[in-house]
Design a protein around this ligand. Structure first.
Ligand code: ARG
Length: 457
């Protein structure tokens, strides 16, 4: 590459500083697939002969096998994945290999490799998400009627069921899947043929190569195409968002596994011990996932900052997109795998959950609604029940232990049927609004998810 323009080789230090093959070798499959399709277009355009195309293709496939078996020798001095593969090709088949780079630049080549990579990994991430959702759904089905307190501000609020909680998690991961699929629509744009920045006077059938490589659209502005990493930013955002959801799930599980809560226990296989304290059983998998969310955010910030204020079209800064991208992909994949394997082994302590949920204060809102149903404006009811709760606190008794006579002093609307309010299952059954946790709703949601998640993407 330097032969024509430069008198001296690059300084070893400069080579080491600028090489990317130590990490972008991972793109070899896409690079080779792109080159094979490009060679076919060159043959079709009469730039190379059918025989040359055949030799290029065969040799590229041989190189691919070598890489896969670990025998291929990557050379840092050849800078990147593109030059390494091209150099090997030229070395092996000579002149024909040297024709492959016609009407192509590494600028559109890397855009192609990256888009193919994101398309593949994006689809894989949606599959991993599905598997996690199925694990959550199985758990929800197994613990269908386990009542627990629902929290806001981490304070006991109103009763819910554990399955309602789990179905809520499935919703969040569903949005993540939708977001990924949406991001993949914009990733699915074919960049090759944009050249370095201004296309090429050697005109190839871009539509055809695009179709061959499985793209549904062809980019429409060569300058924009080589400088566009929106899809990487978006993808990293999608992955960061999955991290956020996993981190919040982690936090719930961690806190519920404490002795203070005792709602659940991680299995031995997914717990760690302490090197010092023999009694410890630590939820490290969930903690690590919560922690790894930091690097997912960092990777997103990294690409956004790299791209900010770059002049239009390709700039070498953009080489910095790869390591954060690869890191986020690896991180999310393992995190999703770990959670999918860990959740089925979670031991749910029904008694502890239901004891916590038996706190009658959780039904204070139901009590206010009891008065509302008898004609009282909600604000007034809210105040009366507030007073009742305060009285209970001072008199050290539970909300369901207040004699009817005392309740009547606060409002004549209280009657003997108020006792029904403190039936927690009855309270849950009444929550029939769309999205609320009545057992009928939960059963319907489980049925819906069973059918939706069974369909795949
Ligand atoms: N390694 C480069 C990257 O990742 C590939 C494109 C290089 N283009 C160039 N003109 N040096 O962005």
């Amino acid at each position: 590459m330097r032969k024509g323009r430069f008198k001296k080789p690059a300084a070893a230090l400069a080579q080491r500083y600028s090489e990317s093959v130590s990490f972008d070798w991972r793109l070899y499959r896409y690079d080779i697939a792109g080159s094979i399709a490009h060679a076919a277009a060159l043959a079709q355009g009469g730039i190379i002969t059918a025989e040359e195309q055949r030799r290029i293709e065969n040799e590229l496939r041989a190189i691919e096998k070598e890489i896969e078996s670990g025998k291929f020798e990557w050379e840092r001095s050849l800078e990147d994945v593109h030059m390494n593969i091209e150099a090997a090709l030229v070395k092996r088949i000579g002149v024909a290999g040297g024709k492959l780079h016609t009407a192509r630049s590494r600028n559109d080549q890397i855009a192609l490799d990256l888009r193919l990579y994101v398309k593949t990994e994006g689809r894989e991430a949606t599959t991993h998400l599905r598997q996690l959702q199925i694990a959550l759904l199985n758990l929800a089905e197994q613990h269908l009627d386990v009542i627990m307190p629902g929290y806001t501000h981490l304070q006991r609020a109103q009763p819910i069921t554990f399955s309602h909680y789990l179905l809520g998690q499935i919703e969040a991961f569903e949005r993540d899947g939708e977001r990924l699929r949406d991001c993949l629509v914009r990733t699915d744009v074919f960049p090759l043929g944009s050249g370095a920045l201004a296309g090429s006077a050697i005109v190839l059938d871009r539509e055809r190569i695009a179709r061959e490589l499985g793209f549904s659209r062809v980019s429409q502005n060569s300058l924009d195409t080589v400088g566009d990493r929106d899809f990487v930013c978006e993808f990293l955002f999608c992955l960061a968002m999955i991290g956020l959801h996993l981190s919040r799930l982690s936090e719930d599980l961690i806190i519920w596994s404490t002795s203070e809560f005792g709602f659940l226990e991680f299995s031995d296989a997914f717990s760690t011990g302490s090197s010092l304290m023999p009694q410890k059983r630590n939820p490290d998998m969930a903690e690590l996932t919560r922690g790894k969310t930091g690097r997912l955010y960092g990777n997103l910030m990294s690409i956004l900052t790299t791209m900010k204020a770059l002049p239009s079209s390709y700039n070498r800064d953009m080489q910095e997109d790869k390591e954060p991208l690869f890191d986020s992909v690896d991180t999310i994949k393992t995190a999703l795998e770990v959670f999918t394997a860990m959740l089925p082994e979670l031991k749910v302590n029904r008694d502890r959950m239901e004891t916590a949920a038996s706190d009658p204060n959780l039904l204070a809102t139901d009590l206010a609604e009891y008065l509302v149903k008898k004609g009282m404006p909600f604000r007034e009811a809210h105040e009366i029940i507030g007073k009742l709760v305060t009285q209970c606190v001072t008199k050290r008794r539970l909300l369901n232990q207040v004699p009817l006579g005392e309740m009547k002093k606060l409002s004549p609307l209280f009657d003997a049927d108020v006792a029904n309010v403190f039936d927690i299952r009855r309270s849950l059954s009444g929550r029939r609004a769309v999205g609320a946790p009545s057992p009928e709703n939960i059963a319907a949601q489980i049925k819906r998810w069973r059918s939706d998640l069974g369909k795949g993407d």
